[in-house]
Design a protein around this ligand. Sequence first.
Ligand SMILES: Cc1cc2nc3c(=O)[nH]c(=O)nc-3n(C[C@H](O)[C@H](O)[C@H](O)COP(=O)(O)OP(=O)(O)OC[C@H]3O[C@@H](n4cnc5c(N)ncnc54)[C@H](O)[C@@H]3O)c2cc1C
Length: 405
Amino acid sequence: MSEFSLSLNEEQQQIQKWVHDFAESVVRPAAAEWDEKEEFPWPIVEEAAKIGLYSFDFFAQASLGDPTGLTLPVALEELFWGDAGIGLAIFGSGLAAAAIAGTGTPEQVMEWVPQCFGTADKIQLGAFCVSEPDAGSDVSSLKTRAVYDEAKDEWVLNGTKAWITNGGIADVHVVVASVDPELKGRGQASFIIPPGTKGLSQGQKYKKHGIRASHTAEVVLEDVRVPGRLLLGGKERLDEKLARARERQRTGAPQPAMATFEATRPAVGAMAVGIARAAYEYALAYAKERVAFGKPIIMNQAIAFTLADMAMEIDAARLLVWRAAWLARNGGYKNAEGSMSKLKAGRVAVWVTERAIQILGGYGYTREYPVERMHRDAKIYDIFEGTEQIQQLVISRAISGLRIE
Ligand SMILES: Cc1cc2nc3c(=O)[nH]c(=O)nc-3n(C[C@H](O)[C@H](O)[C@H](O)COP(=O)(O)OP(=O)(O)OC[C@H]3O[C@@H](n4cnc5c(N)ncnc54)[C@H](O)[C@@H]3O)c2cc1C
């Protein structure tokens, strides 16, 4: 167990500066262009791979190898301070990697997590496919089916996944599917779909409000066959889990608490903090420069107090993110602190970016200035990886011990 400390160690400070420099010199200058194009920013991801920021090694160092839990949120805040769309293009593979690292056997982790990134010479992407057209928040209702073909020791997957970051352009897709629909959420398993597997294709690519450099698309699975060894965690563990779930169903015993994405939530919160900080810094500098009624607009309390609140809210969000990130590594959450951090950070990012537009006035509303893009980017943090309401549900269940609906 590591001590919780607000002072970053030397290595973390170096990483913070390294990511910041990349965000400032490479990501930021490219942000408006890729937002406008609404395409995956391959040249920027290539730059990130060249310096090792987009790599298995950095993912391992910043997440798996950090006992304090703070390295990843620190790095993500800096990257998303540069730009959220490009940030997600660079970090999207991390969600698939985290899913494999979280549920895979040691052999699966060794073989497949590096493949979510590839190498600087041959970049690969990962995608984590849970959501479906009729099952977003309600992940227990997934319709994608995985059926075991015992004779061939293969799983056969059919279904459609919606809203998938890197969907269809990824090399490694991690797909969550139902293996026993009667058991709903307890009857699901995750599968690795390797590059070039027959039957997996990209459906529609979505045109989005924000984070437009990040690729989001449907993933269609038609009789996709994967060998038995690509079931995450292995067949024995799945059979035991299913047997336990059937026993509970038979005896009417309550199911354990809803499995959630709690572990990755502080990381997602850190991205939102990065966007909020970028908008706040821009608005603060602008308010000192812009003159109205003969003085800089910051000399009006209405503007200065708004900036004071923005600074305070960003710090509050970051503190919740750091607490959750540390807890996730050191003993686990007690009161859904992961959800708290993501809920707060998402709300702060939306509010701060909206206030930043207000402070810039008419200019803030145009694409000549970055704060309107930051506001569009921020909104997704109220929606993906669990909506605002789902975070509230998780928190209210944790604090009450009741099955709040
Ligand atoms: C840009 C983008 C990228 C994404 N990337 C991925 C990805 O990589 N992988 C992936 O699997 N998914 C991804 N998603 C999907 C995302 O996680 C879902 O959109 C999200 O979980 C919400 O699901 P939904 O859109 O079906 O909304 P719904 O579940 O239909 O919710 C609609 C509204 O109802 C509310 N609501 C639903 N249930 C309740 C309840 N019980 N109590 C109170 N309110 C409720 C919600 O909070 C929301 O406001 C992505 C989505 C977007 C937009």
